[in-house]
Design a protein around this ligand. Sequence first.
Ligand SMILES: CC(C)(COP(=O)(O)OP(=O)(O)OC[C@H]1O[C@@H](n2cnc3c(N)ncnc32)[C@H](O)[C@@H]1OP(=O)(O)O)[C@@H](O)C(=O)NCCC(=O)NCCS
Length: 147
Amino acid sequence: MEELILRKGVPEDIDDMVLLEQQCFAVPWSRDSLLYELAENPLALYVVAELSGHVVGYVGVWSIVDEGHITNVAVSPDFRRRHIGMALIDTMLKVTTEAGIRSHTLEVRVSNMPAIGLYKTFGFTEAGLRTGYYEDNGEDAMIMWRR
Ligand SMILES: CC(C)(COP(=O)(O)OP(=O)(O)OC[C@H]1O[C@@H](n2cnc3c(N)ncnc32)[C@H](O)[C@@H]1OP(=O)(O)O)[C@@H](O)C(=O)NCCC(=O)NCCS
């Protein structure tokens, strides 16, 4: 396998990220929303995983005071179960912790066992439910925290 490069996401990554978003999510973020995240949002950091010149995964986080709010984690369906998700989360946690973030949180569909499994690997634990949070199917969101 080619070397996996982990680096900060930049606006030039937008095409790969739009494709990933469509492949990975029932309700993908729009190109404009993603571009705002990469180019303008002062709170946002995206860590991307690059393989052979293409972004194959990313994680986004908003730093709000000393909390990291994880927005999205996605790995291309062609490259799953190769610990790319783990490498992304590990890098994001290190970078944000060094920048003063003391705890991290996210919401995940209660049925999303791959993502819940990934987050538990890093010590995230369940901290509550948002009932009917997802508009497409009315599914509950599990709130997870890592303190
Ligand atoms: C969740 C996601 C990012 C995981 O990416 P990945 O690169 O395949 O994950 P990794 O290979 O790093 O897996 C790390 C650990 O997470 C758990 N895990 C990952 N995929 C799993 C699966 N399909 N079933 C059960 N556990 C899983 C395992 O503990 C795994 O460790 P192991 O392979 O040594 O057993 C990927 O499945 C994805 O993009 N899903 C669609 C988008 C999504 O749901 N994002 C989360 C929104 S909150």
